[in-house]
Design a protein around this ligand. Structure first.
Ligand SMILES: [Zn+2]
Length: 269
Protein backbone atom coordinates (compact mmCIF):
# COMPACT_ATOMS: atom_id res chain seq x y z
CA UNK A 1 0.00 0.00 0.00
CA UNK A 2 1.38 3.41 -0.89
CA UNK A 3 2.39 5.16 2.34
CA UNK A 4 3.98 8.55 2.96
CA UNK A 5 7.34 7.80 1.22
CA UNK A 6 5.67 6.33 -1.88
CA UNK A 7 3.26 9.26 -2.17
CA UNK A 8 6.08 11.76 -1.65
CA UNK A 9 7.88 10.19 -4.63
CA UNK A 10 4.67 10.43 -6.69
CA UNK A 11 4.54 14.10 -5.71
CA UNK A 12 8.09 14.64 -6.90
CA UNK A 13 7.28 12.94 -10.20
CA UNK A 14 4.44 15.40 -10.75
CA UNK A 15 6.58 18.33 -9.65
CA UNK A 16 9.35 17.40 -12.10
CA UNK A 17 7.30 16.07 -14.98
CA UNK A 18 3.87 17.62 -15.08
CA UNK A 19 3.81 21.28 -14.03
CA UNK A 20 3.00 24.13 -16.41
CA UNK A 21 2.04 21.94 -19.37
CA UNK A 22 -1.36 22.78 -20.88
CA UNK A 23 -3.83 19.89 -20.47
CA UNK A 24 -5.55 18.78 -23.68
CA UNK A 25 -7.98 16.29 -22.16
CA UNK A 26 -8.57 13.72 -19.44
CA UNK A 27 -9.59 10.11 -20.09
CA UNK A 28 -11.43 8.15 -17.41
CA UNK A 29 -11.26 4.42 -18.00
CA UNK A 30 -13.16 3.57 -14.82
CA UNK A 31 -15.54 6.11 -13.21
CA UNK A 32 -15.37 4.14 -9.94
CA UNK A 33 -11.95 5.71 -9.41
CA UNK A 34 -13.48 9.20 -9.20
CA UNK A 35 -14.45 10.67 -5.81
CA UNK A 36 -17.94 12.23 -5.96
CA UNK A 37 -17.28 13.31 -9.51
CA UNK A 38 -18.38 12.39 -13.04
CA UNK A 39 -15.95 12.02 -15.93
CA UNK A 40 -17.65 15.03 -17.55
CA UNK A 41 -17.08 17.22 -14.44
CA UNK A 42 -13.42 16.31 -14.42
CA UNK A 43 -13.05 16.91 -18.16
CA UNK A 44 -14.52 20.41 -17.89
CA UNK A 45 -12.24 21.40 -15.00
CA UNK A 46 -9.05 20.05 -16.56
CA UNK A 47 -9.32 20.94 -20.24
CA UNK A 48 -7.06 23.93 -20.98
CA UNK A 49 -5.78 24.14 -17.39
CA UNK A 50 -2.23 23.49 -16.20
CA UNK A 51 -0.97 21.84 -13.02
CA UNK A 52 0.57 24.73 -11.12
CA UNK A 53 1.93 23.26 -7.85
CA UNK A 54 1.93 20.10 -5.77
CA UNK A 55 1.30 19.29 -2.11
CA UNK A 56 1.20 16.14 -0.05
CA UNK A 57 -0.41 15.45 3.29
CA UNK A 58 0.09 11.96 4.68
CA UNK A 59 -0.95 9.53 1.96
CA UNK A 60 -2.89 12.18 -0.01
CA UNK A 61 -1.45 14.02 -3.01
CA UNK A 62 -2.73 17.31 -4.42
CA UNK A 63 -2.03 19.18 -7.65
CA UNK A 64 -3.15 22.81 -7.98
CA UNK A 65 -5.07 23.68 -11.14
CA UNK A 66 -4.20 26.96 -12.85
CA UNK A 67 -7.89 27.90 -12.96
CA UNK A 68 -8.31 27.37 -9.19
CA UNK A 69 -8.93 24.32 -7.03
CA UNK A 70 -6.88 21.18 -6.63
CA UNK A 71 -6.84 17.72 -8.12
CA UNK A 72 -6.68 15.11 -5.32
CA UNK A 73 -5.19 11.62 -5.37
CA UNK A 74 -5.44 8.82 -2.84
CA UNK A 75 -3.87 5.49 -3.72
CA UNK A 76 -5.82 2.91 -1.73
CA UNK A 77 -4.03 -0.45 -1.69
CA UNK A 78 -2.34 -0.51 -5.09
CA UNK A 79 -2.64 2.89 -6.70
CA UNK A 80 0.28 4.14 -8.83
CA UNK A 81 1.00 7.52 -10.40
CA UNK A 82 3.33 7.87 -13.38
CA UNK A 83 4.34 10.58 -15.83
CA UNK A 84 4.79 9.08 -19.30
CA UNK A 85 6.25 11.04 -22.17
CA UNK A 86 5.75 8.51 -24.93
CA UNK A 87 7.21 5.12 -25.69
CA UNK A 88 6.70 3.71 -22.19
CA UNK A 89 4.17 0.93 -21.73
CA UNK A 90 0.85 2.09 -20.34
CA UNK A 91 0.49 0.46 -16.90
CA UNK A 92 -2.07 -2.24 -16.34
CA UNK A 93 -5.25 -1.23 -14.54
CA UNK A 94 -5.14 2.28 -15.98
CA UNK A 95 -8.03 4.28 -14.48
CA UNK A 96 -7.44 7.95 -15.24
CA UNK A 97 -5.12 9.58 -17.76
CA UNK A 98 -4.38 13.30 -18.07
CA UNK A 99 -3.09 14.10 -21.57
CA UNK A 100 -1.06 17.27 -22.15
CA UNK A 101 -1.15 19.21 -25.40
CA UNK A 102 2.46 18.15 -26.07
CA UNK A 103 1.46 14.47 -25.90
CA UNK A 104 2.87 13.70 -22.43
CA UNK A 105 0.57 12.10 -19.86
CA UNK A 106 0.02 11.57 -16.18
CA UNK A 107 -1.52 8.18 -15.50
CA UNK A 108 -3.27 6.87 -12.40
CA UNK A 109 -3.46 3.08 -12.29
CA UNK A 110 -5.13 1.07 -9.56
CA UNK A 111 -5.58 -2.69 -9.54
CA UNK A 112 -8.15 -2.95 -6.77
CA UNK A 113 -10.03 0.31 -7.39
CA UNK A 114 -9.67 1.45 -3.77
CA UNK A 115 -7.83 4.67 -4.64
CA UNK A 116 -9.60 7.85 -5.75
CA UNK A 117 -9.05 10.89 -7.94
CA UNK A 118 -11.11 13.95 -7.01
CA UNK A 119 -11.29 17.72 -6.85
CA UNK A 120 -11.22 20.07 -3.88
CA UNK A 121 -11.38 23.83 -3.57
CA UNK A 122 -9.06 23.99 -0.57
CA UNK A 123 -6.41 21.52 0.62
CA UNK A 124 -6.49 22.62 4.26
CA UNK A 125 -10.28 22.16 4.37
CA UNK A 126 -9.89 18.75 2.69
CA UNK A 127 -7.35 17.68 5.32
CA UNK A 128 -9.63 18.90 8.14
CA UNK A 129 -12.73 17.20 6.74
CA UNK A 130 -10.83 13.95 6.26
CA UNK A 131 -9.90 14.11 9.97
CA UNK A 132 -6.18 13.89 9.25
CA UNK A 133 -3.63 14.75 11.90
CA UNK A 134 -0.35 16.49 11.07
CA UNK A 135 1.84 14.94 8.40
CA UNK A 136 4.39 12.57 9.97
CA UNK A 137 7.25 14.63 8.50
CA UNK A 138 5.79 18.02 9.41
CA UNK A 139 8.34 19.90 11.52
CA UNK A 140 5.46 21.13 13.66
CA UNK A 141 4.63 17.57 14.73
CA UNK A 142 7.06 17.31 17.62
CA UNK A 143 7.94 14.43 19.92
CA UNK A 144 5.82 15.96 22.71
CA UNK A 145 2.70 15.76 20.53
CA UNK A 146 3.37 12.10 19.74
CA UNK A 147 4.04 11.41 23.43
CA UNK A 148 0.71 13.02 24.37
CA UNK A 149 -1.16 10.93 21.79
CA UNK A 150 0.49 7.73 23.05
CA UNK A 151 -0.23 8.55 26.70
CA UNK A 152 -3.97 8.76 26.02
CA UNK A 153 -4.32 5.38 24.35
CA UNK A 154 -4.51 1.90 25.86
CA UNK A 155 -4.05 0.21 22.49
CA UNK A 156 -1.04 -1.20 20.65
CA UNK A 157 1.57 1.45 19.88
CA UNK A 158 1.46 0.32 16.24
CA UNK A 159 -2.26 1.18 16.07
CA UNK A 160 -1.50 4.72 17.30
CA UNK A 161 1.24 5.20 14.70
CA UNK A 162 -1.16 4.06 11.96
CA UNK A 163 -4.03 6.25 13.22
CA UNK A 164 -4.25 8.95 10.53
CA UNK A 165 -5.93 11.30 13.03
CA UNK A 166 -2.80 11.21 15.23
CA UNK A 167 -0.32 11.60 12.39
CA UNK A 168 -0.94 11.15 8.68
CA UNK A 169 1.12 8.99 6.36
CA UNK A 170 2.12 5.80 8.19
CA UNK A 171 0.61 2.43 7.25
CA UNK A 172 1.32 -1.21 8.05
CA UNK A 173 4.74 -1.44 6.41
CA UNK A 174 6.41 1.70 7.73
CA UNK A 175 4.86 1.28 11.19
CA UNK A 176 6.76 -2.03 11.43
CA UNK A 177 9.97 -0.37 10.19
CA UNK A 178 9.71 2.54 12.64
CA UNK A 179 8.99 0.25 15.61
CA UNK A 180 11.88 -2.01 14.66
CA UNK A 181 14.27 0.93 14.50
CA UNK A 182 12.92 2.19 17.85
CA UNK A 183 13.29 -1.34 19.34
CA UNK A 184 9.70 -1.36 20.52
CA UNK A 185 7.37 -4.31 20.17
CA UNK A 186 4.42 -3.20 18.00
CA UNK A 187 1.86 -4.63 20.45
CA UNK A 188 3.22 -2.72 23.46
CA UNK A 189 0.37 -0.73 25.03
CA UNK A 190 0.91 2.89 23.92
CA UNK A 191 0.05 4.45 27.30
CA UNK A 192 2.84 2.49 29.03
CA UNK A 193 5.61 4.24 27.06
CA UNK A 194 7.54 6.94 28.90
CA UNK A 195 8.66 10.23 27.39
CA UNK A 196 12.08 8.82 26.51
CA UNK A 197 10.53 5.96 24.54
CA UNK A 198 8.17 8.38 22.79
CA UNK A 199 11.12 10.56 21.80
CA UNK A 200 12.99 7.52 20.50
CA UNK A 201 9.92 6.52 18.50
CA UNK A 202 9.52 10.01 17.08
CA UNK A 203 13.18 10.03 15.99
CA UNK A 204 12.83 6.59 14.39
CA UNK A 205 9.69 7.79 12.58
CA UNK A 206 11.52 10.74 11.03
CA UNK A 207 14.58 8.67 10.20
CA UNK A 208 12.76 5.68 8.66
CA UNK A 209 10.44 7.80 6.51
CA UNK A 210 13.28 10.09 5.41
CA UNK A 211 15.48 7.13 4.47
CA UNK A 212 12.68 5.51 2.51
CA UNK A 213 12.22 8.68 0.45
CA UNK A 214 15.97 9.12 -0.05
CA UNK A 215 16.32 5.51 -1.22
CA UNK A 216 13.46 5.84 -3.72
CA UNK A 217 10.60 3.98 -1.97
CA UNK A 218 8.96 1.45 -4.24
CA UNK A 219 11.47 1.81 -7.08
CA UNK A 220 13.30 -1.15 -8.61
CA UNK A 221 16.47 -1.19 -6.53
CA UNK A 222 14.81 0.24 -3.46
CA UNK A 223 15.39 -2.67 -1.09
CA UNK A 224 19.07 -2.96 -2.08
CA UNK A 225 19.59 0.76 -1.50
CA UNK A 226 18.19 0.79 2.04
CA UNK A 227 20.71 0.79 4.93
CA UNK A 228 21.57 -2.71 6.18
CA UNK A 229 19.87 -2.12 9.53
CA UNK A 230 16.40 -1.72 7.95
CA UNK A 231 13.68 -4.29 8.55
CA UNK A 232 11.95 -3.78 5.20
CA UNK A 233 14.10 -6.07 2.99
CA UNK A 234 13.52 -8.90 5.50
CA UNK A 235 9.84 -8.17 6.00
CA UNK A 236 8.52 -11.38 4.48
CA UNK A 237 7.82 -14.99 5.43
CA UNK A 238 11.10 -16.56 6.55
CA UNK A 239 12.84 -13.18 6.91
CA UNK A 240 15.53 -12.65 9.53
CA UNK A 241 16.27 -9.78 11.89
CA UNK A 242 18.97 -7.57 10.34
CA UNK A 243 20.31 -6.83 13.82
CA UNK A 244 20.51 -10.24 15.57
CA UNK A 245 19.69 -12.62 12.65
CA UNK A 246 16.86 -14.36 14.56
CA UNK A 247 13.87 -15.41 12.50
CA UNK A 248 11.30 -12.58 12.46
CA UNK A 249 7.98 -13.25 14.12
CA UNK A 250 4.59 -12.30 12.68
CA UNK A 251 1.52 -11.01 14.46
CA UNK A 252 -1.92 -9.76 13.46
CA UNK A 253 -3.28 -6.33 14.26
CA UNK A 254 -6.53 -5.06 12.76
CA UNK A 255 -6.47 -7.93 10.27
CA UNK A 256 -3.06 -6.96 8.89
CA UNK A 257 0.08 -9.06 9.29
CA UNK A 258 3.01 -7.36 10.99
CA UNK A 259 6.65 -8.38 11.50
CA UNK A 260 8.90 -7.90 14.50
CA UNK A 261 11.94 -9.43 16.19
CA UNK A 262 10.98 -10.85 19.59
CA UNK A 263 14.62 -10.60 20.74
CA UNK A 264 15.32 -6.98 19.68
CA UNK A 265 11.82 -5.66 20.32
CA UNK A 266 10.77 -7.12 23.69
CA UNK A 267 7.44 -6.01 25.10
CA UNK A 268 8.09 -3.69 28.00
CA UNK A 269 4.49 -3.37 29.23
ZN1 LIG B 1 16.66 -9.12 16.37
Amino acid sequence: MPELPDVELYRRRLELGALSRPIARVEVADPRSLQHLTPADLAVRLAGARLAATRRHGKHLFAALSGGGWLTFHFGMNGVLQCLDGGEAVPRYLKVRVVFEDGGTVVFADKRVLGRVGLTADVDAFVREAGLGPDALDDGFEAAALAAALARRRVAVKAVLMDQAVTAGIGNIYADEILFQARLHPLTVAATLDLGAARELHGAMRRALGEAIACGAGSEQYLERLPAYCLLPQRHRGGHCPRCTARLGTFKLGGRTGYACARCQPRGD
